[in-house]
Design a protein. Structure first.
Length: 319
């Protein structure tokens, strides 16, 4: 079971769900973009030896919105996580992050390696982009802070809200219902999101390729990276660097396993679903450049799209 917990970070309240025994391994769980602490309702009870605080980032779930003059910034999110750890008296702690939470977690592990005992990244890692795009995103984060009074979509029922989230993201109905249960607010016309509208247009701290390489080198914590689908845009931008990082930290005899959508032609291509499909020749080239050795590849269904199977490849690499 869990308990709801409110933490005062100097007038900014971060809220979340505290799981596990007091003597458990100190762990902070970080959710994805526009999600909330309910993301870990299934996983947390399955880690009985961990003391897990699944937190709502500022502007998400039940946590306070940032004040009108404040930006939504990856640096502030990083500070909030460290402040939460300080609240519990955790000088070192474990991190579990999903999507955006994995991106922020990997940044914390690289910037503050002495504080992170281990890192689990689920469908996410620190991403990179071209320098002009990185600067554009920095400007967007500032511009988004001026969206005072912006209104989010209103739904007649919670079921309609959950169905829209499921359709938009491809997650299961049960998963969408869990996010909506913690993330909704009641208004006169029905239901809407608690999420601060200013979050849209902002995001985690984005690094250049050189900065990402240095960050990976500074991570000393044992790291598990779980990637269900390498077709995601954030990873495609960073694939070369991430592959090299996997090769660097993968011990002799270790194994890297991942799946991705298959492509018959050469290279990779953005599909109509918004995901990338990759040819086997392209994957082999990227892996070989990183120093990884192919151990096997199997054609299989990697996901469902509108109930229909999507074929892909399950790859196994080693060193």
């Amino acid at each position: 079971m869990f308990e709801d917990l409110d933490i005062d970070l100097g007038g900014q309240w971060i809220r979340g769900k505290l799981w596990g025994p007091v003597t458990g391994l100190p762990t902070i769980a970080l959710h994805g973009y526009l999600d909330n602490a309910n993301s870990f309702d299934v996983l947390a009870p399955r880690l009985p030896n961990h003391r897990i605080f699944a937190m709502d980032f500022a502007g998400h779930g039940a946590s306070d919105h940032r004040r009108p003059h404040e930006l939504y910034s990856g640096l502030l999110d990083i500070r909030d996580v460290l402040a939460v750890a300080d609240h519990f008296g955790w000088s070192r702690f474990h991190l579990i992050g999903h999507s955006m939470g994995a991106e922020i977690g990997s940044q914390i592990a690289g910037l503050f390696p002495d504080r992170v005992a281990s890192l689990v990244c689920i469908d996410g890692f620190c991403s990179t982009n071209d320098v002009p795009v990185t600067l554009e995103h920095l400007a967007s984060s500032v511009s988004a802070s001026f969206k005072q009074g912006a209104r989010l979509k209103v739904f007649p029922t919670l079921a309609a809200m959950s169905a829209r989230l499921s359709d938009a993201t491809g997650q299961s109905a049960a998963s969408a219902e869990a996010i909506v249960a913690r993330g909704h607010a009641v208004v006169v016309e029905g239901y809407t999101w608690r999420t601060d509208p200013r979050i849209k247009g902002s995001g985690p701290l984005e690094l250049t390729g050189e900065q990402l390489q240095q960050l990976i080198q500074q991570i000393t914590a044992g790291t598990l990276m779980i990637v269900a689908d390498l077709s995601n845009d954030w990873l495609q931008r960073s694939l070369d660097v991430v592959m090299a990082g996997i090769a660097r930290v993968l011990e002799a005899g270790g194994t890297a396993v991942f799946s991705l959508e298959a492509r018959k032609g050469a290279g990779f291509k953005l599909t109509e679903s918004g995901r990338y499909a990759h040819s086997r020749s392209y994957v082999r080239h990227i892996a070989a450049e990183a120093g990884l050795v192919e151990q096997g590849v199997t054609r299989q269904t990697v996901r469902l799209e509108y109930g229909e199977p999507v074929l892909g490849d399950l790859w196994v690499f080693g060193r």
